[in-house]
Design a protein around this ligand. Structure first.
Ligand SMILES: Nc1ncnc2c1ncn2[C@@H]1O[C@H](COP(=O)(O)OP(=O)(O)O)[C@@H](O)[C@H]1O
Ligand SMILES: [Mg+2]
Length: 241
């Protein structure tokens, strides 16, 4: 079943198309990657899908419903959550408080939201920092907090924007395992990532954005061997790496 169906999506800023006529489908229970150079339009695409930025044209259909004109919280209520490339927690609040606020999207009262937040924080490996002020977290733990806030809303589709950027190789491996576990729980994942080993290991399908347009899509093997992709992004020699 197609969970996310994006058609003809465009957004321009002045004379520049950040996203230009992008169409894509994401099948339920898949892990799909989005790659492309800096400025290709990846984060803008996520913002358009999540309703944070208004589209110029095109449609976003989520679980059979047209959500193009909906507010971000309405889209979130329907089961679509995203993380931000630059994490945006409430810095003065504790880790638990931040995730509890997110859980209130779904839970009827604070007690239920706290329970949910605690279990999500345990799942992402942040149980030991639960009382910490969010501003005291390092890079990896901030990424985990960002992920926990998204998961606390109980999404059917999770958009991950560079959650592995700045992680050590051990932390990256942990993050790869975590994304797989999330999918195994039945959550569909669309992820933007520059860490190519992670993308290649995780994704069943990869979409390549270049200058706002969809340049290619295919399996990791197809993408790694795609001449236009190698030229535009991966750099010569990658296919033999
Ligand atoms: N709010 C904005 N105002 C003006 N230009 C923007 C804005 N957001 C993004 N852009 C531009 O749109 C292009 C795509 O940006 P972005 O989606 O962040 O790319 P990526 O995430 O692939 O690096 C870039 O050229 C960027 O400068
Ligand atoms: Mg980005």
């Amino acid at each position: 079943m197609v969970l996310l169906d994006v058609s003809g999506l465009s957004k321009h800023y002045g004379g520049l198309y950040a996203v230009h006529d992008v169409s894509l489908q994401v099948e339920e229970a898949r892990i799909v990657g989005v790659i492309g150079p800096n400025g290709a339009g990846k984060s803008t695409l996520f913002s358009l899908i999540a309703g944070a930025v208004r589209t110029d044209s095109g449609h976003v259909v989520f679980a059979g419903e047209d959500v193009t004109k909906m507010r971000p919280y309405q889209i979130c209520e329907r089961g679509l959550a995203r993380t931000f490339q630059v994490a945006k927690p409430f810095l003065d609040l504790t880790v638990l408080e931040n995730v509890t606020i997110a859980a209130l999207v779904r839970k009827p009262n604070v007690h239920a939201a706290i329970d949910k937040a605690e279990s999500v924080l345990k799942f992402v490996g942040l149980a030991h920092r639960i009382r910490a002020e969010s501003r005291t977290l390092g890079t990896a733990d901030r990424k985990r907090l960002e992920l926990a806030r998204a998961l606390a809303t109980e999404p059917r589709l999770l958009l991950l924007d560079e959650v592995m950027a700045g992680l050590t190789s051990i932390e990256t491996r942990q993050a790869v395992d975590l994304v797989r576990e999330i999918r195994d729980k039945g959550v569909t994942v669309l992820l933007v990532e520059h860490v190519m080993q992670a993308v290649m290991a995780l994704c069943e399908e990869i979409l390549v954005l270049h200058e706002g347009k969809l340049l290619a899509k295919g399996s990791p093997a197809e993408i790694a061997a795609h001449p236009a992709v190698i030229e535009a992004y991966l750099g010569k020699g990658y296919a033999h790496a």
